[in-house]
Design a protein around this ligand. Sequence first.
Ligand code: UDX
Length: 462
Amino acid sequence: MLTMANLRHVLVIPFPAQGHVTPLLKLSCCIADYGAKVTFVNTESIHAQVMAANPGLDEGSNRIKFVTIPDGLETDEERKDPTKMLTSILRVMPGHLQELIEKVKKQSNGNEDEPISFMIADLTAGWALEVAERMGIKRAGFWPASVSTLALTLHIPQLIEGGVIDNNGIALKNDIITIWKDLPPYKSNDFTWKCPEDPMTQKVFFQCVSSIPLYRKRSNSVLCNSFHELEASAISVIPGALPIGPLIASARLFHLRGSLWNEDSTCLKWLDQHPAQSVIYVAFGSTSVFSPEQFYELAHGLEQIARPFLWVVRPDLTDRPVTEFLDGFLQRVRNYGKVVQWAPQEEVLAHHSVACFFTHCGWNSTLEGLSNGVPLLCRPYFGDQFLNRSFVCDVWRVGLGVDGDENGVATRHEVRTKMLAVLGSEEIRANCLRVKEMARKSVSEGGSSLMNLQSFIKHTIA
Ligand code: UDX
């Protein structure tokens, strides 16, 4: 590994959620590997969760220091309320971040630490870039979702101005929107601010993503967790977009990906007992929430397929208790099914026994599936996951979507039918292997993403 001298002290700040902490922590590891010192800023509550789930993480790398700032909220209940959460973050975090940077600077005068001279901030926490700009600190944005999502998001002002969407992000004219001729058209069903379960949250979410085009102007470059060969057209329409992904944890970094929950690694031994490409892995990320009705249909679908499956059922995966049902279900599927509360997902997807990934299409999960050549069955829940599904099914053709019935519920019949179709499709498997190879090359020596990262470090952080 090439180490560069005189790299700056870099402050890295994610939006406080699993799908944002994980990729930025992986990026921090890469930068630290080249010799930079990194200060990683979490909210107090996320920090407590990460440290509880990963004992010894803060001693894991002496070039990454974990620090915290408050999010202004008292309880986890408040943190689950998007309006309270987003309002509080904007109200208190910029001030605390500025104080933190000033504190490090004061300490550095006493020679305890080097002052922070570069910031990498999640564009969804883009207020941090404004703090950096005010304080004269060089900076870059980071985008944790697909570049196609970023292209749509950056175009929001023009969409409102052109009367294509209203101020709440609702389509006014057509259901199909062409933004750039080289990009596939966007469907209003795939709007990345979509929250079908909750129109109020959608409104708040849209206000939040509407700030991103302004935040984007605060930095010249945006590091993106994607790769050129996957999203060439979208990358080409965003000046300064620098694809450096997929940010995939190598075995050396598995313990540094910052899970917010304890990973149950008994599932890896369970996977060892299964033949190659025999297990269905089911996981819907950190935020999806199902009604009991939807949960029952998913469970019955898996039961009817009657193949080995590993299912991540977070304690808060359903909005009402399903304990009694789950007990009976586990009893019935005990010979071929395993349920855990949180899995070491990247190790699971890299395991030879995994045949298919039933996913919500969060961008990290999508990339992890693609990087391991695993066919996807898609059941998006909110936000960019709908657009990710469209790319998986229609552009890269590495999976199929599960549709909802007239009540939006994906039935057991639909789950079973589509799952069997994915498992039986040679075309999908061949496409998966092709994309896996492209992903591997992009982060290997001489690959597009690795070269972008090295150039960024050499010319921007040095
Ligand atoms: C969210 C959004 O859904 C996503 O679309 C956006 O791009 C980033 O933020 P989340 O819903 O949690 O994230 O999904 P995802 O992006 O897939 O991230 C989940 C992460 O948790 C993945 O890195 C995955 O490996 C990890 N995970 C998930 C585990 O480690 N164990 C599990 O059991 C489940």
